[in-house]
Ligand binder design. Structure first.
Ligand code: NAD
Length: 534
């Protein structure tokens, strides 16, 4: 007992040592630059400096200062990482499910203890507010907690006595080496939707975080190692297109989980599938909030403002489009007033409601899409393009922006803006609103605001979107369910996390078994097709 307590204390101390360095130079300093730290690769249980001659800068989006350098891993380094996953796989797949569960149980505890440190790192690299960054870690943590139920989730099926002395049963078995390619907007949540589920099922995992926000993944890897995960179960490489192509093509990688834009996701789905891999790709979105005139006005306006502008609109489930039905049109001025009250600031500043966009290019793109609205006949009711944030004049800030009189043919409606911009359409009826939503190619999320159960039921029933909220603006399902974006927001057959996640990371082996007493002696061979007794 005393030894166990001492071991736990040692783990905690190690993590605190990591945590205390997180804010500035958690990635150990290297010869690359005396002042700016480099991000390591995580290969075979070691944080190693890349030998690459290609590096890219990581910026703090609130200041655009360079805060780190991330390597584009060399082919040899990527090969070593996959070889490590492959080597670790047989022993890991043979490790008892109870032992795997124990590691996940320790992992969820370590994530909880270090949640604030991970959040600080997210805010530094990604820009979102600290509160929002904590939510980012928390939604990932929930999937880790769910993965701890592996002892039930992995159960196969049995059917005894299908004929005399014959039983049928199936196992859920791991696939081998799986890989994940993550986006910039949820630096902790998305990696945590991927590798814990895959690894608890007995797979090993190669992660490629977004090159813009690799820090959270590195700290999560350190905590995973401290939870007792054997070397090679998780490897991390960094890079852009070459790393993605490497993952799509490598014959030892059996499955790819992707989250990001349609441009990348459709490409990865096609290229990975062509090489015989399972691929699941969660992609872009245009999420509509339909506001009925009978909705609770106070609640609805607050929900709309939070879901449109929170995280500076850089969420795949951001409610970026409002459809005001009938008399709900009259609420527009109040919506604008509430949006005006949001405080735009660096994510680590007290009271900040929304932070900067990820890059100057992202800001420029968002501003161009707002411009396109003006040119195509929409009205800008609230314009965040010229916002200046005191003390952070070089940051990529855009203030809350509301564009009204928007038509489905306009560019600002058709494109995913991925910024703090709410486009507003108006209809006379619920049926017209449903038609607009269903004509839009994306199917990630939608919400209806109403106090009428029949209206809510009709909308939920008829709308062709994979995740629907009724008076819930961002309906991301908890992990006992799955993340079920649909249509152009998803490619693949099996969704992320929940039962679907387990299915994605496992294959079935079905065994038909006969044990006859007379098998002890030789029987004559059956030459006709076995019909299992029928
Ligand atoms: P992104 O597609 O630019 O990058 C995602 C990953 O793909 C990164 O690791 C990147 O290195 C790689 N990549 C980028 N371009 C590539 C290309 N042309 N070919 C191959 N690989 C490429 O996405 P992002 O900007 O990091 O993230 C924002 C996007 O992610 C938005 O479209 C958002 O809706 C989407 N997203 C979707 C979900 C979801 O669950 N549906 C969740 C979060 C984000």
């Amino acid at each position: 007992m005393a030894a166990a307590v001492a071991a736990a204390a040692a783990v905690r101390t190690r993590i605190l040592q990591v945590s205390s360095k997180v804010n500035s130079t958690w990635y150990p300093a290297s010869s690359f630059s005396s002042s700016v730290p480099t991000v390591k690769l995580f290969i075979d249980g070691k944080f190693v400096e890349s030998k690459s001659d290609k590096w890219i800068d990581i910026h703090n989006p609130a200041t655009n200062e360079v805060i780190g350098h991330v390597p584009l891993a060399t082919k040899a380094e990527m090969d070593t990482a996959v070889a490590s996953c492959k080597r670790a796989f047989p022993a890991w797949a043979d490790t008892s499910v109870l032992s795997r569960q124990q590691i996940l149980l320790r992992y969820q505890q370590l994530i909880k203890e270090n949640l604030k440190e991970i959040a600080k790192l997210i805010t530094l690299e990604q820009g979102k507010t600290l509160a929002d960054a904590e939510g980012d870690v928390f939604r990932g943590l929930q999937v880790v907690e769910h993965a701890c139920s592996v002892t039930s989730l992995l159960l196969g099926e049995t059917m005894p006595s299908i004929t005399k002395d014959m039983d049928l049963y199936s196992y859920r078995l791991p696939l081998g080496v799986c890989a994940g390619i993550a986006p910039f907007n949820f630096p902790a949540m998305i990696p945590l939707w991927m590798f814990p589920m895959a690894i608890v099922c007995g797979n090993t995992f190669l992660l490629k975080p977004s090159e813009r926000v690799p820090g959270a993944s590195m700290l999560l890897a350190k905590l995973f190692q401290d939870s007792g995960a054997p070397d090679g179960t998780l490897n991390i490489i960094h890079g852009q297109h070459e790393a993605v192509n490497f993952i799509c093509d490598h014959p030892d990688i059996k499955a790819i989980s992707f989250v990001g834009s349609n441009q990348a996701g459709e490409y990865i789905f096609e290229r990975g599938s062509r090489h015989g891999k399972r691929v699941q790709a969660n992609m872009g979105a245009k999420n509509h909030g339909v506001v009925m005139p009978d909705a609770n006005k106070e609640n609805t306006l607050n929900q709309l403002v939070g879901a449109a502008f929170g995280a500076a609109g850089q969420r795949c489930m951001a409610l970026s489009t409002a459809i005001l039905v009938g008399e709900a049109k009259k609420w527009l001025p109040e919506l604008v007033e509430r949006a005006k009250n949001l405080r735009v600031n660096a994510g680590d500043q007290p009271g900040a409601d929304l932070g900067p966009l990820i890059t100057p290019q992202a800001k420029e793109r968002v501003c161009n899409l707002i411009d396109s609205g003006t040119k195509e006949g929409a009205s800008i009711l609230l314009d965040g393009r010229k916002i200046k944030v005191k003390g952070y004049e070089n940051g990529n800030f855009v203030g809350p922006t509301i564009i009204s009189n928007v038509k489905p043919t306009m560019t600002c409606y058709k494109e995913e803006i991925f910024g703090p911009v709410l486009v507003v359409l108006e209809t006379d009826t619920l049926d017209e609103a449903i038609k607009i939503v269903n004509d839009n190619p994306y199917g990630n999320g939608t919400a209806i605001f109403t106090t009428n159960g029949a209206t809510a039921r009709k909308y939920s029933h008829l709308v062709d979107v994979g995740q629907v909220g009724v008076n819930v603006p961002i309906p991301v399902p908890l992990p006992m369910f799955s993340f079920t974006g649909s249509r152009s927001s998803f490619r693949g057959d099996t969704n992320f996390y929940g039962k679907q996640g387990i299915q994605f990371y496992t294959q079935l082996k079905t065994i038909t078994s006969q044990w006859k007493e007379e098998d002890a002696t030789l029987s004559s061979p059956a030459v006709v097709m076995p019909t299992m007794g029928r």
